[in-house]
Design a protein around this ligand. Sequence first.
Ligand SMILES: [Zn+2]
Length: 235
Amino acid sequence: MASIKTKAIVIKSTDSKDKDKIIHLFSLENGIMLASMRGVKGDKAKLKSAKEIFCFGDFVIEQTKNINIVTSVDIIDNFYDLSKDIDRYYEGCAILDIVDKIAKESDPQLFIEIIKALKTLCYDQVKKYYCIDKFLLAIFKALGYGFITDRCPSCNSLLNIRYFDFNDGSFVCPACKTALCQQVSNACYASLRILDSTPYDKLRLIKLGGMGEVQAFNFLSKNFQWRTGFTLIEF
Ligand SMILES: [Zn+2]
């Protein structure tokens, strides 16, 4: 039996047998891992707080032939305050859901991005959608689907009115738009640009106008579906 120690976050937790849980971990060193937590549903269970989603810590996992078993967890943060605010809790769940959909193997950059997004969501008083919008912008960039630009990639003209080509994943000008393009408002684009260039620890200081963050989320959500084939959960 091999035992490994890994930094990981619980992104999904499901019931298994009477007192067990199966957790889906996103691990810094190993990517997505499934592991069983034995007897953790009782009030007195030693590892009970580590079975919940958002639990981030150092997990020790025994790898047997058929199953991974969590034997100890040193919790770094379980982002408990998220459970005190329903909006922030669901925004956090949506971030974990994105990870569940796109993560496979070890991806340190994505791992750091998740922790930064959850920390900001949990401890800084940022407005709804700011964290998930920023997180999605980072995801697209990391996947090679970055699209923030001031010029039309087809004709190089300066973009004052923007259309988004979902087929291509890029902004184009009115002259280059096709039937698959959708107009993106200036409030939406300004929000995307500001969120993209503002670090997580400064998000609490910005204020976007015209419900730009909501428009940005709707746009990013649609782009996520086009780029990955997955639908984001509503929250
Ligand atoms: Zn053009």
